[in-house]
Ligand binder design. Structure first.
Ligand code: VAH
Length: 313
């Protein structure tokens, strides 16, 4: 049985659908600290990952053997609520990895380009390099990587992690991230044809379409242990700037963008411009399917349903 924490978030909600389709609805338990807006298509538990006893009862009662731990405060919200981010991101993961040790669970917990910092080589950033992040979120994710590897090496816990780039999705909304502009821009393009971007037009960041994020996550979740030469891998697809994605969108619908960088600019400036994920491609045959052009086309096709034909060309 699989447990997903933070299952109502951008990644959890879409991974839950994919895992339930593959493993059966009853074999995927979703959980979050808020209640679902719509009835869940399988077992759901309203739970706080900070409550060790409740988490242990869930794991035992539902006979969980894999945990996909998505609960976390992301980069932007983490800077606004640092104490909560430390508590949820550090203690929440500690509970999961302790439970994994006691109950022999496989644990997947995503890391992020946010685990890198301003002193990290910014172009084609390798898996193994300087990691001195300057956000609470990044610090907690470096901690998660190191603690997961410690539990793997010392106690044999089957810990796995992928450093995600910014993820762009149509079905689910992101929350509290610095890369979220790349989702917001689509909604504004279709709603009003105008968008005020909170990053400057030249801010290049590694990004990925949700289809590829789910594909890579499923591959990493299911890879036989002997295929994994490391516990944490970079996962990448392509990088772009706000003006580059705006240009692509303008090929389909009219779009005027104003650039008003806010506190998230400093976060974005501390992150890599592109990632090197050669090891993932070599060790477990990772490859991405979408590039900027095909992602923009599919995003607009999917989102058009939610908006009256505004400026449809
Ligand atoms: C964020 N979307 O912006 C998340 C992610 C790579 C970025 O960690 O915080």
């Amino acid at each position: 049985r699989i447990l997903i924490t933070g299952s109502l978030g951008q990644l959890g909600s879409e991974l839950a659908k994919m895992l339930r389709a593959k493993y059966g609805k009853e074999n995927v338990v979703t959980s979050d600290i808020r209640k679902p807006d719509v009835p869940e298509d399988g077992p759901f538990k309203y739970i706080d990952v900070l409550n060790y006893q409740q988490m242990e009862a869930l794991i035992v009662d539902h006979r969980i053997d894999w945990v996909v731990h998505f609960s976390a405060l992301l980069s932007a919200i983490g800077e606004q609520q640092p104490a909560k981010a430390l508590q949820v991101n550090i203690q929440g993961f500690q509970n999961i990895v302790d439970l994994a040790k006691v109950h022999k669970l496989r644990v997947f917990c995503p890391s992020t380009i946010g685990a890198f910092g301003p002193t990290t080589p910014a172009d084609n950033t390798p898996d193994l390099t300087i990691m001195r992040p300057t956000t609470i979120y990044g610090i907690t994710k470096v901690h998660m990587e190191l603690m997961g590897e410690y539990y793997h090496n010392r106690y044999g816990v089957d810990f796995r992690s992928l450093r995600y780039p910014g993820v762009i999705s149509a079905e689910s909304l992101p929350g509290g991230g610095t890369t979220d502009y790349a989702v917001d821009i689509f909604h504004h393009a279709l709603k009003t044809g105008e968008y005020t971007c909170f990053l400057s037009e030249k801010t290049r960041l590694p990004m990925m379409y949700m289809h590829d994020c789910l594909k890579g996550t499923m591959m990493m979740l299911e890879a036989p242990n002997e295929q994994l030469k490391q516990r944490v891998y970079n996962l990448a697809a392509f990088s772009f700037t706000p003006e580059e994605i705006a240009e692509q969108i303008r090929k389909h619908v009219p779009l005027k963008v104003a650039y008003r960088p806010d506190f998230r600019q400093a976060i974005a400036d501390s992150w890599p411009r592109s990632l090197d994920d050669t090891n993932a491609r070599q060790d477990w045959q990772w490859s991405h399917d979408y590039d900027l052009k095909t992602m923009v086309g599919e995003m607009l096709t999917k989102l058009r349903r939610h908006y009256p034909a505004v400026g449809k060309q």
